[in-house]
Design a protein around this ligand. Sequence first.
Ligand code: FE2
Ligand code: FE2
Length: 295
Amino acid sequence: MMPVRRDLRFALPAERACDWHQQGSHVTHFFNALSLLFPAGERFFMDSVRNYRDSIDDPVLKKQVLGFIGQEAMHTREHIEYNDLLQSAGLPAHKLDRRLTWFLNQHRKMPKSFQLAMTVALEHYTAMLAGLLLEDDTRIAGSVPGYLQMWTWHALEETEHKAVSFDVWNAALKPGPLRYLLRTGTMLAVTLVFWMIVFDFHVRLLIADRKRGGHVRGMWRVIKYLYGPRHGVFPGIAMEWLRFFKPGFHPWDHDNRAQLARIDSLVAAVHLANAADPAALKTSQTSRRGVRAAA
Ligand SMILES: [Fe+2]
Ligand SMILES: [Fe+2]
């Protein structure tokens, strides 16, 4: 699978930044909390893979690494702009981003193999969450189109490059029990810290947006969204998470490449929407620039 860098822009209506998900603002803020992780997180991913670029001999993997970096760079750019919308809506987006950047920078002092193990674990998380979004229409369908397109694009590209950091890991580190223990031990630590941060960011966004109201129904929806036995996020990823601990695990063991057939039509739909309403794209970009200038 060769990741392709796609330079896309999305029309994100600023006034819907806190309420774009079909299931309301509380579920929206779960996604917004994830969005706040991406700029700092994906920069960390790119750098931890870059650390090993020179030790890769396989020309195909070398190209896949370039594609991976190209895709994550685009995701970072778009999520910075998305997060600026949250900031302009009165949410503490920049503060939380700075906090996460500081936290991840501490990990850059750790051994490079540990940094890559973190990336491998977190890329498994993005692949699991992306898979959920793509494989079950109930999870995002009916949401505001620009946001829906952006999350679908991100989910498709996360699927497309889900094995790249893992293949770098296998190519660069000596096989054996130590490599297995580092990979799985890091996954356990990452799981704890990742969900603590998502929970913390989610709660902070909900508190910052508390004037919106509807909390009883909203909290019920978000609990169902995360824990519901049929469509919940946690039950949905449980098996995939466990598979990571198999000694011979590979991300493509879960073969969902059929989802990628949607990419071309999505790209065409984004171009069509932007051409049909260039003002919407321009408005959302102007308001994002305004926030950055004021920050
Ligand atoms: Fe990404
Ligand atoms: Fe990724």
